[in-house]
Ligand binder design. Sequence first.
Ligand SMILES: CC(C)(COP(=O)(O)OP(=O)(O)OC[C@H]1O[C@@H](n2cnc3c(N)ncnc32)[C@H](O)[C@@H]1OP(=O)(O)O)[C@@H](O)C(=O)NCCC(=O)NCCS
Length: 201
Amino acid sequence: MTDEFSSSMIDMRDIFMDLPVLETEHLFLRKVEKSDARDFFEYASDEEVAKHVLWYAHQSIKETRRQIKVLQQQYRHGSPASFAIIDKKSGRMIGTIGYMWVSSVDCSAEIGYSLSREYWNRGFMTEALREIIRFSFDILLLNRVEAQHGTDNPASGKVMEKCGMKKEGILRQRLMNKGKLIDTALYSILRDEYYKGGQQL
Ligand SMILES: CC(C)(COP(=O)(O)OP(=O)(O)OC[C@H]1O[C@@H](n2cnc3c(N)ncnc32)[C@H](O)[C@@H]1OP(=O)(O)O)[C@@H](O)C(=O)NCCC(=O)NCCS
């Protein structure tokens, strides 16, 4: 890695405390707000959406409100957190995308996401992930962005591939999902690949 960039040179906490609103063709990515509770609950209570993520389907809107509080606490502390995905057309919150962790020492991060079933297969998560990858390199100055998905969730791998991420391999029994250890496929994209490969265009 050269001296030209280093995510350790910027205070990432300041950025996470004051997350900007990001815009793509069909979406806004912004901090989750209290008023998102109903939309958030609507998709997060869907067992099909929760199947491949590490959280359980929400059982009540109270649980969703608690989750919003957790996210807002992360914003306040400047911890790595998720953006709400907003459908521009309807103004509804339809998912989340964001950081599972960020390492300023290694200049790397892992991204996680989920989307309302109503919006699957329209290219929306690909659009959101592309923007988060851009944000990770342009603003957080990271060197490596990674993501992983359960091997029984190929649609998520497709999203990663479409965003220029490369499959690195299978991590055996890597994550506990609802009481069961699952194999995951690990993908990444490096800073050099992103800029030299013209991914940013
Ligand atoms: C996985 C998920 C994020 C995909 O979001 P999305 O907006 O539907 O994704 P996109 O439309 O951008 O791309 C999906 C791609 O997967 C493909 N796909 C869909 N189902 C598939 C399947 N069973 N097998 C292989 N590919 C599949 C689609 O055809 C599309 O590829 P294409 O553009 O080449 O046709 C969404 O389904 C989701 O939120 N699922 C529940 C939560 C989740 O799984 N989160 C990820 C955890 S790792």
